[in-house]
Design a protein around this ligand. Sequence first.
Ligand SMILES: Cc1cc2nc3c(=O)[nH]c(=O)nc-3n(C[C@H](O)[C@H](O)[C@H](O)COP(=O)(O)OP(=O)(O)OC[C@H]3O[C@@H](n4cnc5c(N)ncnc54)[C@H](O)[C@@H]3O)c2cc1C
Length: 415
Amino acid sequence: MKLVDCTEKYCVIGAGASGLTVAKNLRDYQLPFDVIEREDEVGGNWYYGRQSGSMAHSTYFGTFKRFTEYTDFPMPQNYPDHPHHSQILAYLRSYAQAFDLYPTIVFNTSVKRVEPANSFWDVTLDTGEVRCYRGVIIANGHRQEPNIPAYSGHFTGLSLHSSEYRTPHILCNRRALIIGEGPTGRHIAMEAAQNAQRTIHSTRSEIYRVYGKPGRNHILFASDNEEYQVVKTASNVVRVFKKTLTGHVGLGEIVPKPDVLSLHGNRVLFIDGSEECVEVVVYATGFTISFPFIDKNHLNWNQNQPHLYLNIFHPLYDTLFVAGLITCKKGEWRLVDYQAQLIAKFISLQKRQPSRANFLRQLKAKEFLPVSHEQITRCPNLNSIKVEYSVYFSKLKRLIKQLDTDCSVCNGDAI
Ligand SMILES: Cc1cc2nc3c(=O)[nH]c(=O)nc-3n(C[C@H](O)[C@H](O)[C@H](O)COP(=O)(O)OP(=O)(O)OC[C@H]3O[C@@H](n4cnc5c(N)ncnc54)[C@H](O)[C@@H]3O)c2cc1C
């Protein structure tokens, strides 16, 4: 076993959107680091067709580019508000180029193990090399491990997770079941409606609701606010309906169903007692948070996820961080950029002005309890990696600002 001394450096795991902005911000503070990336290029989820990539060929950015782009690197003017995934990948690559991050990235290399070693961290790579780093910033993405619900029985047809779905050809002329009502499930259901022989869309919530009777002034809603059409004439019905998920239902191109109860051969039984024969099942059922290379104890794991202050800071370790462990309806990267600024500032202050870093050290030890989750979501019922853009954004910005001032006078109440 080869042990490499990297005790002056930090290790960033992953060169997706999060790892890149972490690297850029560490660079801004002149902190030495390596990025370890298992793919042969940057991009993570947006690296179409690769193990890390989760995009379908027809995926567009769901959030507005202005809310999502990094703080100091606007997306090109000629990009639409919702760019195609290939434009997003090009943007991520141009970010890496603009800030000269490529030379810091070790490609085609996986992190297999991260363990504390005295006051450092041993990082074992799939090459067999073990590197001893000063600290680790985990940015491996929380949409890498597909979540497949455990239904009873056994399905004998073709099944795949949405992260493996690329084009609708896999559904062509088949009886398809799409499970999941998130944006990805809805997107695939729409494609299925135009390609499959029959499309069944199983959802848990009531996304399909129709008010009134079809015909004149018929009002069609989907409860997710995405679709709302007032149809005035019968001839308009087809044209308007065609564009929407619920429209496909109106045309009989999507058959809504509740949750699946069980699968037997090619038969699917739903909780309302109905049954369908299907040939392909697409699970658009999300992802499981997973850090397979580190013991859960080191991430203060509790139930289904780590409990970290602002989803970034371990209550006790001062050299271990997670970046990108959030979901946000309005867009994530800008927020992760602020996370990265905060991490870089904290690391830098620990070295140069430990008294200022103490302020955040005390705060993270005190406030990692679930109460901090309410502070960043306003809604205690949300799962705690969902954040509300403006609340989380203000909190990060305020902390960064407070670290800039002499925080020997600050206390947690000020945040
Ligand atoms: C279909 C879909 C649509 C989306 N649309 C939007 C949107 O519109 N707006 C938005 O803001 N977000 C969107 N997202 C969220 C998206 O995940 C984020 O935009 C962003 O890509 C997350 O970046 P990340 O770096 O945290 O994770 P990832 O993109 O997953 O990158 C993680 C990187 O870490 C690497 N890695 C993992 N494990 C290891 C290891 N052990 N060793 C070395 N390298 C490793 C992976 O190869 C990968 O490159 C979408 C996600 C999906 C799946």
